[in-house]
Design a protein around this ligand. Structure first.
Ligand SMILES: [Zn+2]
Length: 493
């Protein structure tokens, strides 16, 4: 047994003994002590705040109390309805200014806001559109009229189409609708998990023709970093399948081209914004472990590791891919894993088992880990191995794992101080940018009144601490973050 485990056990036994001997009116001092001890276990519970930080903390606490007593509490309602409430929240505007560290769980296809895709990308020359039989759209950049395809019989040049319309506002809004899940009445639009996932996948396919156009891709990455930077995020680990890209004349570039483009866009962005730490990729090509090993070897600075993605509930389990996932170990090479696991509310299923398997495959972090709170052994293991859980509150709500975020299982993890980071998963699909919306839900909804400035501080530090960066860059990142934090605190005073 580890010495910390022994100490924890002794403390636990002593505590129980204390409580048991206390009969009649509990001793108020002991009660206070127990309450303080419990709070010290939560995320950020051991962070010591400076006098200035304590002032901000007290202010945040008051604001949070006000929000909790308002007629509508944003974390308790669907995000699509809560968004305007959150936007007018003073807690949210503070969170926007707060340096949040890194975004460790965002997917390539939903990195950039759809407003940019529609207002910028679809206005570029040679952009064709086609309306499919199932009320969806496809885009294609081409130097000549594209040939009909099985899903797209009639392609129209957007420039011509828009010229005929005059006012394009409604049309552009309808395009935005096709690229996001956002709707005013989510309960009617998405009555079940299956239906919301169907729309989710449709939106991805619609955006593909825009994002996989080679000249767009570099701008897309750059814009993605810009949106994060504007939200005071300084680092990104992007999950990407590294799709092939196409030129106007139909020339196709391979995955390596996409990887290099990401590398160049990041380099350019860091040169333009020296307070941005950088960005790396977690490769998500289904069962292409061999390919990922090679890419990690060739681009060690950019490639963080590997993940399997897709909807867990309808896909294959990690255990199904056990042969492929054992390949790096069999070959004697290292390929860090960042598995999505336990993004389910169906306990006892094979998918539910993914959490334990992710840990057995030595995952570096767990994507979502929504089911972790129900697996005591896996939870212990992840804590012991210091494997952080990437909590994406809005994603879990929109994809219908939970409605009221106060009941999110991460509340348990947070109260125990389990290693956690907060991320946004598919921001463009959910109508968010950056991390502030998800931080709001975690801080106000999941953490409740208990969560304080220490919690926020620890969550931000965690995003560097549990990143895939090598130790010296983590140190650089933490120092950069601390500077930003100090400015944030002194600006408040
Ligand atoms: Zn994800």
């Amino acid at each position: 047994m580890h010495s910390w485990a022994l100490t924890a056990m002794v403390a636990y036994v002593l505590l129980l003994w204390f409580v048991e001997v206390c009969m009649g009116m509990p001793d108020p001092r002991q009660r206070d002590m127990l309450m303080r001890q419990e709070v010290s276990r939560q995320t950020g519970g051991r962070v010591i705040l400076t006098a200035a930080e304590q002032r901000l903390d007290a202010y945040l606490h008051r604001l949070k109390q006000q929000e909790m007593s308002a007629a509508q509490f944003p974390p308790a309602v669907h995000f699509f309805k809560a968004k305007p409430l959150i936007q007018s929240s003073p807690v949210f505007s503070l969170l926007r200014k707060m340096p949040k560290g890194g975004a460790l769980h965002i997917h390539h296809s939903s990195l950039v806001s759809v407003e940019w895709l529609v207002k910028n990308v679809t206005y570029r020359p040679h952009c064709y559109i086609c309306f499919t039989w199932d009320n969806s759209v496809r885009f294609l950049f081409s130097s000549r009229q594209p040939f009909p395809r099985w899903d797209c019989f009639y392609w129209q040049l957007l420039e011509t189409l828009r010229a005929k319309m005059g006012d394009c506002t409604d049309f552009d809004n309808s395009l935005i609708q096709n690229l996001t899940l956002f709707t005013e009445d989510p309960d009617t639009a998405y009555p079940s998990q299956d239906i919301v996932w169907e729309k989710f996948e449709k939106a991805f396919i619609s955006a593909a023709g825009l994002i996989t156009h080679a000249p767009v891709l570099k701008d897309y990455f750059y814009r993605g970093l810009e949106e994060l930077h504007q939200d005071n995020v300084m680092y990104l680990e992007l999950r990407s399948g590294l799709s092939r890209t196409y030129e106007l004349d139909g020339t196709i570039h391979d995955k390596i081209w996409s990887l290099k483009t990401f590398q160049e866009a990041t380099k350019q962005f860091v040169a333009d914004h020296p307070d941005f730490l950088g960005a790396r990729i977690i490769i998500t090509v289904k069962a292409a472990v061999k390919e990922a090993i090679q890419m990690q070897r060739d681009f060690p600075d950019v490639v963080a590791g590997f993940d399997l993605v897709g909807r867990e509930d309808s896909g294959r389990t990690l255990w199904y891919f056990r042969e492929a996932l054992s390949l790096p170990a069999d070959l004697g090479v290292t390929l860090p894993y960042f598995f999505h696991a336990g993004e389910t509310d169906e306990e006892g299923t094979d998918v539910d088992q993914n959490i334990l398997d992710a840990l057995l495959f030595n995952t570096t972090r767990i994507g979502h880990g929504y089911a972790l709170a129900h697996h005591p052994l896996a939870k212990e293991l992840s804590r012991k191995k210091n494997v952080a859980v990437e909590v994406c509150p809005i994603s879990n709500q929109v994809l219908k794992l939970i409605l009221d975020l106060r009941n999110h299982p991460a509340a348990v993890l947070m109260s125990e101080g389990h290693p956690l980071v907060i991320s946004s998963d598919d921001p463009s699909l959910f109508g968010t940018t950056g991390l502030s919306y998800d931080f709001y839900q975690a801080f106000v909804g999941i953490g409740g009144l208990k969560a304080n400035l220490g919690t926020l501080k620890e969550l931000a530090i965690n995003s560097i601490r549990y990143s895939s960066l090598p130790p010296h860059l983590k140190e650089t990142g933490l120092a950069m973050w601390q500077n930003k934090w100090d400015v944030f605190i002194s600006d408040f005073l």
